[in-house]
Design a binder for this molecule. Structure first.
Ligand code: SF4
Length: 375
């Protein structure tokens, strides 16, 4: 079993990160926050899918002005994401549960001090969200950035992990000098190896809760792969107290994908359980004729796609590995000649089930189990 890094506990609204608490899955809206109705709809859909903390961009005065209504009509902790304009953090503070600042673009220390004073007023935690694409100028130059046309270009092979960590530690020090310790940190990059190395260095250098993520990870498939490898590698090291999978998408359905992938990463590592997990064999030439393992697994996944309560279903195409997998699942299906056997917790629950009725039969068992009928 993975031994988790001991992070100090930091509250985020009614939840807490670190301190041995569950690793929380979060997401971020893609709506214009000034459009309170659209933002509320997306947040509530994310929450229904299991999202535990949600972040919204507070990029304008209108976005900040929408926060009171958003706060009133959602039920999960709300985070204000602040870039460039620290005054927006000051406006947002009464209505949110956490403030995220990007030290690379928030400006000088006085601005950070102003944000921290406001966070203290409302007992808010602050995430220092360092991003490989927007480091402080002096740190970027120290680590090889070149000035070109009023812009700083990163070094040819990108910034080293040490640059991200230096930025994080510098900002931690500023906050600690103010006596502020409700700190959560992230050091994200679009490079998986760089992200993993930066978090490992940071984890060894402090005990604040870490927010994991691979930033700008791309569209769904790429993001799922990059996030699974990057976040997964860190979680296997015991590092990480909350995570966000970043998918380039606007639609609520795709944003829900961020939440589901986040939970599935945790589920694959045995750290959280979420929804109906369908274990299915890859099929081969031994699959019993007429039994379509992949189709049945997909049908069960689709029938239970909105379920967040945990349950494990195994679908196996023949008797080779069927009994073993079925015994470990809540519900096991095994092709057995011309019909299927269905197991409940390793015991035979049904025999002679026609192949075409397996998915529906399993779905009814799932509904019955989740209703508490025991099946
Ligand atoms: S369970 Fe049977 S059909 Fe599925 S991969 Fe294994 S041997 Fe092949």
């Amino acid at each position: 079993m993975t031994i988790r890094r001991a992070a100090r506990e930091v509250p985020v609204g009614p939840l807490a990160l670190g301190g041995g608490n569950p690793i929380r899955v979060q997401s971020m809206t893609a709506t214009d926050t000034a459009d309170a109705a659209a933002t509320i709809d997306q947040i509530n859909a994310l929450a229904e899918a299991g999202c535990e903390i949600v972040r919204v961009s507070v990029n304008t005065a209108k976005a900040a002005a929408a926060l009171p209504e958003i706060r009133r009509r959602i039920a999960i902790p709300l985070v204000a994401d602040i870039h460039f304009n620290h005054k927006l953090a000051i406006e947002a503070a009464p209505y949110v549960d956490k403030i995220r600042i990007n030290p690379g673009n928030i400006g000088d220390e006085n601005r950070i001090r102003a944000v921290i004073a406001r966070a203290n007023e409302f007992d808010l935690p602050v995430r220092v969200g360092v991003n490989g694409g927007s480091l402080e100028r002096d740190i970027a130059i120290k680590h090889g950035a070149r000035a070109a046309e009023n812009m700083l270009m990163p070094p040819e092979h990108g910034f080293p992990a040490e640059a991200l960590v230096e930025s994080a530690l510098r900002n931690i020090e500023i906050l600690e000098r103010m006596g502020f310790a409700r700190i959560i940190i992230s050091v994200k990059s679009s490079s998986v190896p760089l992200t993993v190395r930066a978090y490992r260095l940071l984890a060894a250098a402090c005990d604040y809760p870490l927010h994991l993520g691979v930033t700008e990870a791309g569209t769904k498939d790429n993001s799922n792969i990059k996030s699974s490898i990057g976040i997964g590698a860190l979680l296997l090291d015991g590092i990480g107290d909350t995570l966000r999978v970043s998918i380039a998408a606007r639609d609520t359905a795709d944003k829900i994908g961020e939440v589901r992938t986040g939970f599935k990463i945790l589920q694959a590592l045995g750290l959280r359980r979420y929804g109906v997990e369908v274990v299915a064999c890859p099929t081969c030439g031994r699959e019993d004729p007429g039994f379509d393992t992949a189709r049945i697994a997909l049908d069960i996944e689709q029938m239970t796609a909105r379920e967040t309560r945990p349950l494990r279903v195994a679908v196996m195409g023949c008797c080779v590995n069927g009994p073993g997998e079925a015994a470990e699942a809540d519900i096991g299906v095994m092709a057995s000649g011309k019909t299927a056997r269905i197991f409940r917790k390793g015991k035979v629950a049904a025999t002679l089930v026609p192949f075409g009725e397996v998915a529906q039969h399993v779905n009814q068992m799932i509904e019955s189990i989740l209703k508490g009928d025991g099946c």
